[in-house]
Design a protein around this ligand. Structure first.
Ligand code: ADP
Ligand code: MG
Length: 698
């Protein structure tokens, strides 16, 4: 085996390669663009393009693509080859700065929510030089943003970059107030932990529901599920270990810092965590990781399921978005400091997050809303749909002491004056874990745990960055105008704690009583489904905040709301149609066939002796017939319900019909079909069972 250090990042046009292949002038100029967002000269772009192409060709690339993230949530690419005809009838490999900076994919088939009239269907892509280009297969991939000709963002990267910029602007104002004049930039970092399931390809291909929808729509509970918790952190099976090994190698070649891997709670469930990095790079890397996870699985005869809820009754998959803010000097702003001033600064940033998450609970919630994730949130296995913050006992006690002007154990003075007194050192207690909190402070970062496993992390981070930028702006406005900085600071922190303490919760988020307390006593929002929360994207306060920070235009927000709801409707409709298809073409024939076989047995027995009662057969045939009738009825009802969806006047109306009718009918059909599965002999059942799928990978 080769040494990882030797091949790590070998497929990335990273800083090391740039330095080696660009003149020092071009390199400096590009660095300025990457680090400070300076405009790139066309002559510099040409030189970079040339070097990039030479490097890519020498590494086997023949094509290039502007790699982008349309609103479908997956990544998109259109490949162009480098070849240009030369006068002697042969070809040259060429790539210009213009081609590097801007591309024009024919994008009329990407969802735009009405942003782009079809006559100007050609959106354009623009290079994001802060995320390194890389080679995938034989293609040089250039990370890009994707916009319409009117300049509206048609992707997830553009608003993510804008949100990072908004947070940077406001955080710098605060840092300068604290005298940190040398800080030039603040960036958010993310380490997303990714959960997934592995099933064998052979079984996967026998299940239309997995193939068409990514999750099982039928399936009786197996005799053994996750009851014993014997899978979590258990020994990794050889086939899975081989998969993880190759996955790591492929990710490392792409410069992705895959670090930790282990089995998860459910059988066949696993997790991969990278080392954290700058948010837009983390988002690109997570998209790539999901793609490569699926690709490598196929090579091992496996299929990687990224759906949030592939199996009913078994834990679903999520993504934990570990998030922090740091300066270009390497200071983590969510790390408690050493001096009184550093501590006050830490508390201010901490408060900014608390205020942000409370003021924009709705945006935080809807940023992770999809049809798939609706199955997880609030199902006693993932954080509830109610957003709350876990701070741990010690930090909570400190905040309480500040709010009440009371002494805190360990402080010398009676009460603490921020910026003057030294805060007590609170140890980062790694055992102080609350895995049920949607938004947990874990010592020097927040872990946002509501994301679905297939979500792009961009959406969550856009809203988080935006909301925190808004808190910081409000703070900066007040502090910049304050007569006495320290007093104003102290009062502001106290006020934040007082105003937002209702969102702080250290208890068990899975507990039914918490939902009651959260909604009835604390007045927190509880949007259970995508149709419940998504329309709030267009609430006046949200539009005002997001447009003020130039993260979205109003038109972009409208289009996104529409696309997200459309996506929800399409996803569930495909599921419903798949159920109808499976029930009619597979389940019913299987039940009938088995009932026939049982009846034949009874007939044969009677021929032997009319005395034989055939009680078992009679009973079984009667039960199977009844179930077959019920399956047929429920299938018809579901089909009819889907048919009436076309009457909905708006996509919002359609989404409500899906929430209230289609999903209910689907559950009813499933219940009778699963009962029939339990009644039918195994060899008659037309597709692999839960036991086969969950324990099939050896
Ligand atoms: P823990 O086990 O305490 O959650 P880990 O070290 O396992 O912490 O980290 C989990 C994830 O959080 C990893 O992806 C890690 O890179 C990421 N992470 C750690 N520190 C930070 C930070 N300061 N900002 C963002 N992500 C971080
Ligand atoms: Mg974690």
């Amino acid at each position: 085996m080769k040494n990882v250090a030797d091949y790590f990042g070998c497929l990335v046009f990273d800083d090391r390669v740039m330095k080696a292949n660009l003149s020092s002038e071009v390199y400096q100029s590009l660095r300025k663009t990457i680090d400070e967002g300076a405009r790139l000269d066309l002559s510099v772009a040409n030189a970079v393009a040339e070097a990039m192409k030479d490097w890519a060709v020498s590494n086997g690339a023949t094509h290039y693509t502007h790699w982008f993230q349309p609103l479908t949530g997956i990544t998109a690419e259109k490949h162009d080859s480098f070849i240009t005809p030369s006068p002697d009838g042969r070809v040259l490999m060429e790539f210009s700065g213009k081609e590097l900076i801007k591309g024009e994919p024919d994008a009329s088939s990407f969802p735009s929510g009405g942003l782009r009239a079809t006559f100007e269907a050609r959106g354009y892509t623009a290079w994001d030089p802060t995320s390194y280009a890389f080679i995938k297969g034989k293609t040089l991939c250039i990370p890009t943003a994707f916009c319409s000709y009117g300049g509206e963002a048609l992707d997830k990267k553009t608003p993510l970059l804008r949100s990072m910029e908004a947070l940077n602007t406001q955080a710098l104002r605060i840092l300068h107030l604290f005298g940190n004049d040398d800080v030039k930039c603040v960036r958010t970092s993310v380490g997303p932990e990714q959960e997934y399931f592995l099933v064998t390809r052979e079984m996967y291909e026998k299940r239309k529901d997995l193939m068409f929808t990514g999750r099982t729509l039928f399936g009786a509970k197996p005799p053994k599920g996750q009851e014993l918790d014997d899978h979590y952190f258990g020994v990794i099976k050889p086939r899975v270990a081989a998969y993880m090994e190759e996955l790591n190698e492929e990710l490392w070649k792409l410069g992705i810092l895959a670090k930790t891997e282990h089995n998860e709670v459910a059988p066949a469930q696993h997790e991969l965590a990278p080392i954290y990095t700058t948010t837009n790079i983390a988002a690109d890397h997570n998209q790539l990781t999901m793609e490569i996870m699926q690709k490598v699985a196929l090579k091992h005869g496996l299929v990687c399921l990224l759906h949030e809820k592939p199996f009913a009754g078994v834990n679903g998959s999520g993504k934990h978005n570990n998030w922090s803010m740091a300066t270009d000097k390497g200071v983590n702003l969510l790390s408690p400091g050493e001096t009184p001033y550093e501590n006050a600064q830490f508390l201010l940033f901490l408060c900014a997050v608390i205020k942000a998450v409370d003021d924009y609970q709705d945006l935080i919630r809807l940023s992770v809303a999809t049809a798939g994730n609706d199955h997880r949130l609030g199902a006693n296995e993932a954080p509830p749909a109610v957003v709350s913050i876990f701070l741990g006992d010690e930090l909570s006690a400190i905040l309480e002491a500040i709010e009440k002007n009371e002494p805190y154990k360990g402080t010398k003075t009676k009460t603490m004056k921020l910026g003057v007194d030294v805060l007590p050192k609170f140890a980062r207690d790694t055992t102080d874990r609350n895995r049920t909190s949607p938004f947990a402070f874990t010592g020097n970062k927040f872990e946002f745990r509501m994301l679905g496993s297939s979500n792009s992390i961009s959406c969550a981070n856009i809203m988080l960055n935006a909301a925190v930028a808004e808190s910081l702006k409000i703070y900066a406005d007040r502090l910049e105008g304050a007569e006495d900085f320290e007093t104003a600071l102290h009062e502001m922190i106290r006020k934040t704690i007082k105003d937002h303490r209702h969102i702080l919760f250290n208890g068990n988020g899975y507990d039914e009583s918490w939902i009651k307390e959260a909604t009835e006593e604390r007045g927190l929002l509880n949007y259970r489904t995508t149709p419940d929360c998504m329309p709030h994207l267009l609430d006046e306060k949200n539009v005002k905040m997001l447009t003020a920070h130039k993260i979205f235009s109003e038109a972009e927000l409208k289009s996104r709301c529409e696309i997200m709801l459309e996506n929800y409707c399409k996803t569930v409709t495909i599921e419903a149609n798949t159920m109808v298809d499976m029930a009619r073409k597979q389940t019913l024939p299987a039940v009938e066939e088995y009932a026939f076989a049982v009846a034949q047995t009874a007939k044969a027995k009677k021929e032997v002796s009319s005395e034989i009662a055939c009680a078992y057969e009679k009973n079984a045939v009667a039960k199977l017939s009844l179930l077959a009738d019920q399956i047929a009825v429920k299938t018809d009802e579901l089909e009819k319900a889907v048919f009436t969806l076309k009457d909905a006047a708006t996509v919002e109306e359609e989404s409500y019909a899906i929430r209230d009718t289609i999903l209910v009918k689907m559950a009813e059909l499933r219940a009778v079909a699963d009962e029939a599965e339990n009644m039918t002999a195994q060899k008659y059942w037309p597709f692999p069972t839960y036991a086969d799928l969950l324990f099939g990978v050896k």
